[in-house]
Design a protein around this ligand. Structure first.
Ligand SMILES: C[S@@+](CC[C@H](N)C(=O)[O-])C[C@H]1O[C@@H](n2cnc3c(N)ncnc32)[C@H](O)[C@@H]1O
Length: 255
């Protein structure tokens, strides 16, 4: 993916009296597929993460974002106190994710090498060249194609190098095509089975066009009825007072 014709979306992270306000500069592409821009369901989840209640889901945790696109949601998790953030998407999004890490985590490319150097040889072999980590592995971008066994194993192995820490998985606006729904559910189930102390925050827009309503029902049914996962809706009154909408839900998925 060429990073030509880009534009910046500034996202305010207002932490109120309890922290320092900051602004994320999110690079987006004028043309390209859906992950090239930050979606409304992504904004709603991102803004929920900066509320007092939302922050508790990620503070001190290892965070994995699935279908991250620009990486804005995971980067917001880092700014509110996640210990380690791993942004994942299809391989073609890695340059955009790395650029957004670089824009917002204030680092340079030499940091990539030094950060990767602290990883033991065993993990380097698993990770190959697709991971870029900064500040001792605190924010990284990695290919995770849903349902791809190798990618899922790589993600789990990447986390294994750190001391065991609860994991929060973020998924924003990723339920939108039939094959993708099944693969996303497989990935979620795999991560629940492979990691301990996992919770997932997933946001989606209630769309009426085409088969979007059925796809959402399929996603929720697979999680609940096939895999016995517990789904809890975050009440709208707990979301960010401005960035919330009756058309967008955030669910917590747990075991
Ligand atoms: C609608 S975009 C949402 C992007 C971002 N989460 C947001 O809210 O702004 C959906 C994302 O899912 C990713 N995606 C779709 N199919 C995927 C797959 N099979 N494996 C991994 N990521 C996938 C896309 O590349 C894209 O970044």
């Amino acid at each position: 993916m060429e990073l030509d014709n880009t534009f910046i979306r500034e996202v305010e992270i207002e932490l109120g009296p309890s922290g320092k306000n900051t602004t994320l500069s999110i690079l987006q592409l004028e043309e390209g597929e859906c992950g090239c821009v930050l979606w409304d369901a992504g904004i709603v989840l991102l803004k929920y993460l900066i509320t007092t209640k939302g922050r508790k889901h990620v503070m001190g945790k290892h965070v994995i974002e699935l279908g991250a696109g620009t990486g804005a949601v995971g980067l917001a998790a880092k700014t509110v106190g996640a210990e380690m953030v791993l942004l994942t998407d299809l391989q073609k999004y890695i340059p955009l994710l790395v650029e957004n890490i670089r824009q917002n985590i204030k680092c340079n490319l030499t940091a990539v090498d030094s950060a990767v150097n602290h990883i033991s040889q065993k993990y380097k072999e698993i990770l190959d060249a697709k991971i870029f980590s900064f500040e001792k592995g605190s924010v990284g971008a990695m290919t995770l194609e849903w349902g791809n066994q190798k990618d899922m194993a790589k993600t789990v192995n990447y986390l294994a190098q750190f001391a065991p820490t609860p994991v929060c998985i973020l998924v924003a606006d990723c339920v939108y095509y039939e094959d993708g729904v099944k693969l996303l559910v497989d990935t979620i189930v795999h991560l629940f089975k492979s990691l301990s102390e996992v919770e997932i925050l997933c946001s989606f827009e209630h769309r009426e066009t085409g088969n979007k309503k059925e796809l959402l029902e399929m996603f929720l049914n697979l999680l609940k009825n096939l895999h016995n996962l517990v789904i809890t809706y975050i009440p709208i009154c707990e979301m960010h007072e401005v960035y919330r909408s009756n058309d967008i839900s955030i669910i917590r998925i747990s075991q």
